[in-house]
Design a protein around this ligand. Sequence first.
Ligand code: KIV
Ligand code: NA
Length: 275
Amino acid sequence: MKNTALTFRQAKEKGEKLTMLTCYDYSTAKLMDESGVNSLLVGDSLGMVMMGYENTLAVTMEDMIHHTKCVSRGAKNALVIGDMPFLSYHTSVYDAVVNAGRLIKEGGAQAVKLEGGADMAETVAAIVRAQIPVCGHIGLTPQSINAFGGFKVQGKTVEAAQKLLDDAKRLEDAGCFAVVLECIPELPARQITESLSIPTVGIGAGKYCDGQVLVYQDMLGLYSDVTPKFVRKFADCGTVMREAFRRYIEAVNEGSFPSAEHTFRFEGTVSARVS
Ligand code: KIV
Ligand code: NA
């Protein structure tokens, strides 16, 4: 069954958990879609895990559209959410609607995500008016790294937690169908989740969120530049891949690959020569 912004809201009403994984390419999208994950987020985290940047700020609309296209072609049932990159929605509400529209029209996503709380409410409402479902994102919003002075857990004081709750409510009122809570202590994440009628999707926000999201390279052990506290390695694919690459190199060097089964037979006579 196709997951949509509507089924996301319904899942919360039914008390069902939601799963989301980041995804950036076709082959992985197919694997994830077959596994039954509810949503594939083409995150601007691709700047770090796919492109090797130190943070997400350099990611462009062209980068996002390119990867969103790849993921959309591989996702049958999962809801594809395209992340709006830094500065694609801050310059004006007009720019935000145009760029959100590009992720849908060109990228093939069914929804977009953008970072920010009350400050973004007007922008969210305008995108929603264009019939584009919007997922909010509050807490540690990586595009604010320079404003925050680094990647830090948010909402650790009563005042900060109250601000996050207010932000979440403003996003719900503006029309968001879901909101990502990133790096927030369990208690405020729980309070936000219980205060909203739209689902919360947590990453480093504890078990009371309505859903969870992880960067797939993190959960597969494929990215070791940074390993946040909230990551569980569900498989050590890094070791599996390194080992496979090593065995390939060894097999080529010792001449055991390619063997006869991997080699095409020449149909001519033995004396025939290819010049
Ligand atoms: O870009 C991303 O991967 C994200 C998730 C971590 C929520 O925004
Ligand atoms: Na992101």
